[in-house]
Design a binder for this molecule. Structure first.
Ligand SMILES: N[C@@H](CCC(=O)N[C@@H](CS)C(=O)NCC(=O)O)C(=O)O
Length: 166
């Protein structure tokens, strides 16, 4: 088996097999370093590394239950408490992210780096939940109201890589 965990993603680059999503991002950005996604400057690189680890160990875990419940669980079996706890755990992290992005255009500073990739994927997943949860809609975009600052930041972040499902 290529990935002993039997999970995606798994990358095959010739005879080299690599798994763990953020490690795959690091590898591809380093391999194609000329594109600038893998910062040469050590501090900028590890700033990017920091946010990638934060996404995987903090942000992803906080939003996981909302995703599992709203997307993977039939409506009649959903655990409303688990969704509420997951939303409550994610909210302060979105505020943190919004504050960070209010001061710089990208996660690691002035340029798009590897750090923006997992964060943008995570935000895409989070905002995608709006299709499933009026509660998230109400939290982040009051009916008839203006988008909050995080909306603006995450929209900008995601739109760098493709269309944003608004
Ligand atoms: N830490 C691993 C987690 C991999 C993982 O959990 N993959 C999920 C999808 S995100 C999976 O393959 N689940 C099996 C399934 O959905 O059937 C990574 O970041 O690559």
């Amino acid at each position: 088996m290529r990935n002993p965990n039997a999970l995606v993603p798994t990358l095959e680059d010739g005879d080299f097999v690599l798994w763990e999503s953020n490690v795959i991002v690091r590898y591809l950005c380093a391999k194609h370093a000329a594109r600038g996604l893998y910062p040469e400057d050590l501090r900028t690189r590890f700033d990017a590394e920091r946010w990638m680890d934060w996404q995987q160990t903090t942000l992803n875990g906080a939003g996981r239950d909302a995703f599992i419940q709203l997307v993977r669980t039939p409506a009649e079996k959903r655990n409303a408490q688990a969704i509420a706890a997951s939303v409550a755990a994610t909210e302060p992290l979105l505020t943190l992210l919004d504050t960070h992005l209010a001061e710089r255009p990208y996660m690691a500073g002035e340029r798009l780096t590897m750090a923006d990739i997992p964060i943008a994927c995570e935000m895409h997943r989070w905002w995608g939940l709006r299709r499933h949860a009026a509660r998230l809609r109400a939290l982040h975009r009051p009916a008839g109201g203006e988008a909050g600052p995080f909306w603006t930041s995450s929209r900008r972040l995601w739109s760098e890589g493709g269309p944003f499902d608004a």
